[in-house]
Design a protein around this ligand. Structure first.
Ligand code: SF4
Length: 353
């Protein structure tokens, strides 16, 4: 009889999703956690070899957000003693991006708190993107500015943004438990708008907010419908002053199982270790790299990560190499799925009819 984990690997290599029943097995004690990691590692190695992509966050505008996401220290009414500031100047962001790129970061994530950008904000981020690309023309720039209005994704793309990030965070059924000021549908529609504008879609999750196994699986299925190129996996940092303060539900084993499950659901997608990896994975961060092919370097939006030296040591000690800026992250077959239109209206080339 075929081992169920071998069956999951076979399906993943064919880009087929697990069934809900198969997925549930990965999250429970049905299989030993090391067997689960080893199976997911086979998929990771098949599509991504031993490369680890590094990304860095630049928090362009911190705190004072009118939204009320329960997991976020920047939310309305948060008592967290985080840094609070308005927009960082383009040159300051460009200097931070330069330092990150020299330290190995391939993607620069420009993040701003708030429900979504106004026109002045889009212009400001556009100027920042241009300032960064003048110094570091080879980096990928991802904007993460909240809910987008019509035309904003196109403007960001025109300014040089490569990707847009907007996490779904939790599944539709329980979305109102973690936020009351916008909806799950608002989030999916922004991801779709970014994709339509030719931006590489990045959309992920946050775990540790009280979700069940079934919720973890539902979110994976809902994310798959958006066909993201990258899926960041955050583990809740239960910051003081937020409604989820003191909620420590995760164990390192639980985090590994979730990551492995997401590798089975997103076999050829950039799976990124995001916020909370240090405090929740702790001494098994290296095991997580056998599942995820990407991670953040440096600090997060409002909390500090481990040092860059520790991150680089983690990667090399586990037998991985930092992905070069000239290397494609996604496997060739996947990159070929999306072709930016270069014909038809708006061009001099005949339409595809
Ligand atoms: S997650 Fe974003 S939208 Fe929600 S409160 Fe934090 S900064 Fe605001």
């Amino acid at each position: 009889m075929t081992n169920p984990l071998d069956e999951l690997v076979t399906k993943a290599l064919q880009r087929r999703a697990p069934t809900r029943e198969e997925a549930a097995g990965v999250l429970t004690e049905e299989f030993d956690v090391l067997d689960v990691v080893a199976a997911a590692a086979r998929v990771r190695r098949h599509f991504f070899g031993n490369r680890v992509k590094l990304n860095t966050i630049i928090n362009m505008k911190s705190g004072l957000c009118p939204e009320d996401c329960t997991y976020c220290a920047q939310r309305l009414g948060s008592d967290s003693e985080i840094l609070k500031y308005s927009w960082v100047a383009a040159e300051e962001a460009a200097e931070a991006a330069e330092a990150a790129a020299e330290a190995g970061a391939k993607r620069i994530c420009l993040v701003a708190s708030g429900r979504g950008p106004g026109q002045r904000d889009v212009n400001r981020v556009g100027s920042t993107i241009e300032a960064i690309l003048r110094k570091q023309p080879d980096v990928e720039i991802c904007a993460c500015l909240g809910l987008l209005s019509a035309g904003q994704a196109e403007q960001l793309r025109a300014a040089g943004a490569y990707a847009y990030s907007h996490n779904l965070n939790t599944n539709e059924e329980r979305y109102s438990e973690i936020c009351s000021t916008h909806t799950f549908a608002d989030r999916t529609s922004t991801v779709r708008e970014a994709t339509s504008a030719g931006l590489s879609p990045c959309s992920g999750a946050i775990f540790g907010t009280g979700e069940s196994d079934s919720d973890v699986i539902s979110l994976a299925l809902e994310l798959r419908e958006l066909s993201p190129d990258s899926v960041p996996v955050n583990f809740l940092i239960p910051m003081e002053g937020t409604p989820l303060e003191g909620q420590w539900h995760l164990t390192p084993q639980r985090c590994l199982r979730i990551l492995a499950l997401y590798r089975f659901f997103f076999p050829d997608v950039e799976l990124r270790l995001a916020g909370g990896r240090e405090i929740h994975l702790r001494h098994v961060q290296a095991l997580a790299l056998h599942v995820a092919n990407s991670m953040f370097l440096g600090d997060y939006l409002t909390s500090e990560g481990q040092t860059g030296d520790q991150d680089r040591r983690l990667i090399t000690d586990a037998g991985f190499v930092i992905e070069g800026k000239e290397e494609a992250t996604l496997p060739e077959q996947r990159q070929d799925l999306v072709h930016i239109r270069r014909r038809g209206v708006g061009t001099d080339v005949a339409p595809n009819v």
